[in-house]
Design a protein around this ligand. Structure first.
Ligand code: FES
Length: 125
């Protein structure tokens, strides 16, 4: 079996939602101390719905594929649903990641959580 699923390769080679949202409502940046990879998530939120999301990831292929898939999973969704997105759900949506690459999907979960926290603190919530 190939190390990476077709979905991982697809999202790595053709990542969705790459970029920056200049007037983002929430921004989350996280890094993995061990590998040094960094992920940044930008959210646009209207009426508790994530209307747009973009990411910048300076990292490995699994981290790029995870960010791409995670942004697809939360786009158009309510904040409450995005809050519950786990790295496991991201990995499953990618048809799995090798065990030693699961930590890369954790970055996506953490970056989204941080961006949502940033949004809430800006709202004074
Ligand atoms: Fe660093 Fe994948 S090896 S996030």
């Amino acid at each position: 079996m190939a190390l990476y699923s077709e979905k991982v390769m697809d999202h790595f080679l053709h990542p969705r939602n790459v970029g920056v949202i200049e007037d983002a409502d929430g921004i989350g940046e996280v890094g993995n101390a061990k590998c040094g990879d960094i992920m940044k998530i930008y959210l646009k939120i209207d009426n508790d719905i994530i209307t747009d999301v973009k990411f910048e990831t300076f990292g490995c292929g699994s981290a790029i594929a995870s960010s791409s898939m995670a942004t697809e999973l939360i786009k158009g969704k309510p904040i409450s649903e995005a809050m519950e997105l786990t790295n496991k759900a991201v990995a499953e949506a990618l048809d799995g990641l090798p065990a030693h690459k699961m930590h890369c999907s954790v970055l996506a979960e953490e970056a989204i959580q941080k961006a949502l926290e940033d949004y809430k603190s800006r709202q004074g919530k």
